[in-house]
Design a protein around this ligand. Structure first.
Ligand SMILES: [Zn+2]
Length: 207
């Protein structure tokens, strides 16, 4: 299900409305040296997630990105530069940035990227124009873990546990040192409560 947020200009998939205990995990800002430990946890629990990757982080981490795609995770475009200035780029400059990232990803994975998540979650008319031209679907989130602003992994896990409900899409970052342990705890808790993890594109197309 798609929810329209006019204030953000972008038609963004953030969560689905359902009573079924299904949720999704998403990871931003990789690939990075931390990513394989996260992949190990996901593999152990047979969970598929989405990774929104930054193009400039791919150099040197090609094998990690290839493994992520090979293990069935969704690879999304999170811009090449991920600069703080991205929201102020012209739509033409944004489009170039997105295409550069898409090409870099394709060169490694052989796949075509279909989903985009704006850097810093900022949607504005320029982003909307670039996304429309690139033909991307946009994925946001509905459960922000605040993992980037807390070193206390217990607090991050507690927040996710507290806000967990059917249909949510959880935002995490591969680059945070505690993420592998956080993911392990979230999956264990959610599974014990009867939740199933769906790859988010499958979540959005199923409900
Ligand atoms: Zn980001």
């Amino acid at each position: 299900m798609k929810i329209k947020f006019p204030i953000n200009y972008l038609e963004t998939c953030r969560e689905v409305k359902t009573d079924k205990k299904v949720v999704s995990l998403t990871f931003d800002d990789g690939p990075c040296p931390q990513t394989p430990a996260i992949l190990d946890v996901l593999k152990k629990h047979n969970v598929q997630a989405a990774f929104f990757v930054i193009g400039r982080n791919i150099s040197g981490n090609e094998e990690i990105l290839a493994r992520t795609a090979h293990e069935g995770h969704l690879i999304g475009n999170h811009s090449f530069t991920h600069t703080l200035w991205f929201p102020f780029f012209s739509s033409a400059k944004m489009l170039l940035d997105l295409k550069k990232n898409a090409e870099t990803i394709s060169n490694v994975t052989g796949g075509q990227v279909q989903w985009f998540r704006p850097p810093y979650g900022v949607g504005n008319p320029m982003v909307a124009k670039a996304v429309k031209k690139a033909g991307y679907k946009v994925m946001g989130w509905s459960l922000r873990s605040y993992d980037t602003s807390s070193n206390n992994s217990g607090k991050v896990v507690e927040r996710v546990k507290r806000l967990l409900k059917p249909g949510v899409v959880i935002l995490l970052h591969d680059r945070c040192p505690n993420t592998p342990g956080v993911v392990e705890d979230i999956i264990q808790h959610a599974s014990a409560k009867g939740y199933e993890f769906l790859r988010p594109d499958i979540l959005f197309s199923s409900f």
